[in-house]
Write a protein that binds this ligand. Structure first.
Ligand code: 5AD
Ligand code: FES
Length: 344
């Protein structure tokens, strides 16, 4: 049996199969992988691509992740923080553009403590009862996650970054722990969030073995969402001299994740679109089914600079929505602003 059929049938991959998929130059077998992944997504979600409105709350961050342009040691990074009013305005714009999922994302900024953040989530919940609220605010205490859930949040994105604790230690300063990241993911799941994990492709020191562990982690954790994108070497970070992750490897991994965990909500990420002009379209063709147009105020867009050359920093929310919609339509898919909950 060929590798792809074996993966699809067992919903598992061996380390050697992974290596073979990531290293082959055989165009036909990659096309076979792509079609198999797309068929899985089509069978569950049809040709629908879910759009989520992204609001980038704050470029302040107390962490010092070695890969990230917003790390606290980067004194060149421009810091901003949206006011509560600005956040509500973004949601109102998003809602009038049809979005029924808001993703509130930010650096780990102590300003957004539980009191403020619960008030924000509660207000959005009250104003838009039919919308899903997704948070992506990094590591917080279990009590904080619970309070935000009780205030009305439904989903939480927290990439695990790598399932290998030694690799994790090479990507992060000593004060950040892999175990704590794992504990956060577990707590989020137990509380009842739809949870997203994920990792960068081609991050420094990543190997076939660490990627194998990432895939096994996804198999065991069974997240509702998985965010992956290529690593983008970023100026003023310790990793500025490392090579970028590969678009091709990211696409193959997207397809693999779709085959291993067919119901997953899988975004075609902005990082993928940053390293290739058709990156997000390719992501969809390899099994992704979510896209996250930017709703952040234009004045601050360019300052949410996690990595270099990020796309969509000059466009208004409406332009970004129209652009993604058109791109999706052009490749024969249908964009939808439905809540797009995970299908069991
Ligand atoms: N390149 C690509 N992705 C990055 N992230 C952070 N820095 C970079 C970078 N330089 C990703 C991390 C993080 C998410 C918010 O963005 O995986 O979890
Ligand atoms: Fe944002 Fe194209 S998706 S401008």
């Amino acid at each position: 049996m060929n590798i792809v059929d074996h993966i699809r049938e067992t919903r598992d991959v061996t380390r050697d199969e992974l290596e073979s998929i990531l290293t082959t130059n055989d165009k036909e077998s990659i096309e076979y992988l792509r079609r198999a992944a797309r068929a899985e997504a089509d069978a569950i979600y049809g040709n629908k691509i879910f759009m989520r409105g992204l609001v980038e709350l704050s470029s302040y961050c107390k962490n010092d992740c070695l890969y990230c342009g917003l790390r606290r040691s980067n004194k060149e990074a421009v810091r901003y923080r949206l006011t509560e009013e600005e956040i509500y305005e973004c949601c109102e714009t998003g809602h009038s553009l049809g979005f029924r999922t808001f993703v509130l994302q930010g650096g780990e900024d102590a300003w957004f403590n539980d009191e403020r953040m619960c008030r924000i989530v509660g207000t959005i919940r009250e104003r838009y009862p039919d919308c899903a609220i997704t948070l992506s605010l990094g590591e917080r205490s279990r009590e904080s996650y619970q309070a935000l859930y009780d205030a009305g949040a439904n989903r939480y994105l927290l990439r695990h970054e790598t399932a290998d604790s030694e690799h994790y230690a090479r990507l992060h300063p000593a004060e950040l722990s892999w175990q704590h990241r794992m504990d956060c993911l577990q707590a989020l799941k137990e509380i009842g969030y739809q949870v997203g994990c994920g990792f960068m492709v081609g991050s420094p020191y990543q190997t076939i073995d660490t990627l194998y562990r990432d895939l096994q982690f996804i198999r065991s954790f069974q997240p509702q969402m998985v965010g992956i994108g290529p690593f983008v070497a970023t100026h003023n970070t310790p990793f500025e001299g490392f090579p970028n992750g590969k678009v091709e490897a990211t696409l193959r991994l997207l397809a693999l994740i779709r085959l291993l965990h067919p119901h997953v909500l899988l975004p075609a990420t902005t990082a993928l679109g940053t390293l290739h002009p058709k990156g997000r379209e390719l992501g969809i063709q390899f099994g992704a089914n979510v896209i996250m147009p930017n709703l952040s105020p234009r004045a601050h867009r360019k300052d949410y600079a996690i990595y270099d050359n990020k796309i969509c920093t000059g466009e208004e929310a409406a332009e970004c929505r129209a652009c993604t919609e058109q791109r999706i339509r052009k490749i024969g898919f249908e964009s939808t602003v439905d809540r797009g909950d995970y299908k069991e």
